[in-house]
Design a protein around this ligand. Structure first.
Ligand code: SF4
Ligand code: SF4
Length: 331
């Protein structure tokens, strides 16, 4: 048998973006020189941001042809949903890669509004919009050359696992690159993988469990402030300084990279399974730290938190217990 025939066949890998900013796709390139290991072990068969591959190429593949797909981005429209279902069918392992696929991410904040409100703002009332004809995107438009189509914009943002079965979740905005390499090499080497449905590249501890900042467990908060209003001393817990830090409600695994950079955690790794709702966890953590027993004073202190819902569910609204804000529709 020739040497080539003895070599392990390369994996077939796909990377796709749904409703996302593109940062997760770029984060794959952050593996730097390890990219050579990735390319040696896997052929990229579909990656729209980097390769000229078409949806028809994926449709032509046999079911299960792709060994592993990293799907980043939430499901905001019918195209996202169609490709999520197609890639599920064609992939042996489907990974929800990054905060948006995992919990809804920043696009998931759209669930505080409905489609009608978003279209009204985007196509009619933004300060830079001139739209006297009140034109809005249509899913089909007939032109001389034929019919043009656009994906349908849904009322809700959904997580990937609200649309298809997901094998693994790799959280983060974006996931820390070292974690991606670890997970990828585990798949390549055939190492024993965790049970299907696991969050990988993160732990069940919280950021607070790993954080080296000084915590006193005393009641400290008399006032909430914005980061620009505080001269951080570099060592004291952000919450004890009156700054919102999502550490109590966020999985560790990123290497507490924001906190190491003297910036509070914003919660991109999502909540640990022991406290799945970040808003509930943060309210409980904050309640133990407010330095007052007077209900009126407590209410005034809590009112100082800027946009609490958007802050506590910044990366996780569609995947949270709340899922979305209920809004009466007029269409
Ligand atoms: S709240 Fe933030 S700063 Fe304080 S201990 Fe937790 S992670 Fe560290
Ligand atoms: S510290 Fe928090 S916001 Fe920053 S990367 Fe880690 S989980 Fe994400």
């Amino acid at each position: 048998m020739s040497k080539e025939n003895k070599e392990k066949p390369k994996l077939k890998m796909a990377i796709y973006w749904g409703a996302a900013c593109g940062g997760c796709c770029v984060s794959v390139l952050d593996v730097h020189e390890k990219l050579f290991d990735v390319v040696a072990a896997a052929d990229l068969v579909f990656w729209p941001i980097a390769l000229d591959t078409k949806y028809a190429d994926v449709e032509a593949m046999e079911d299960g042809f792709i060994d592993v797909t990293l799907y980043n981005g939430a499901v905001r429209n019918s195209e996202n949903e169609h490709i999520a279902k197609l890639l599920r069918q064609k992939s042996k392992i489907l990974v929800a890669y990054g905060s948006c696929a995992h919990m809804g991410g920043i696009p998931g904040l759209g669930n505080f509004h409905n489609r009608e409100q978003i279209f009204e703002r985007v196509y009619h009332t933004t300060e830079t919009t001139v739209n006297k004809e009140k034109i809005e995107p249509q899913t089909q438009v007939k032109v001389a050359e034929g019919t043009l189509t656009l994906p349908e914009f849904y009322n809700d943002v959904r997580t990937l696992d609200q649309v298809v079965d997901v094998d693994y979740y790799l959280p983060g905005c974006p996931p820390q690159t070292e974690r991606l390499v670890e997970v990828f090499m585990a798949i390549v080497t055939g190492a024993e993988l965790p049970p299907t449905g696991s969050v990988v590249g993160a732990t069940e501890k919280t950021q607070c469990d790993e954080c080296k900042r000084i915590k006193t467990d005393k009641k400290h908060i008399k006032e909430f402030k914005r980061p620009t209003e505080v001269i951080d001393d570099g060592v004291t817990c952000f919450l004890e300084q009156g700054l919102i830090c999502m550490g109590p409600a966020t999985r560790s695994g990123c290497g507490y990279r924001c906190i190491e950079g003297n910036s509070p955690c914003r919660g991109c790794y999502g909540p640990p399974s022991t406290s799945p709702d970040p808003g509930a966890k943060m309210m409980s953590a904050i309640a133990t730290m407010i330095d007052s027993d007077d209900p009126d004073e407590i209410a005034k202190i809590v009112e100082q938190i800027e946009d609490p819902a958007g802050t506590f569910y910044r990366f996780s609204l569609p995947g949270s217990i709340l899922r979305r804000k209920l809004i009466e529709t007029h269409t």
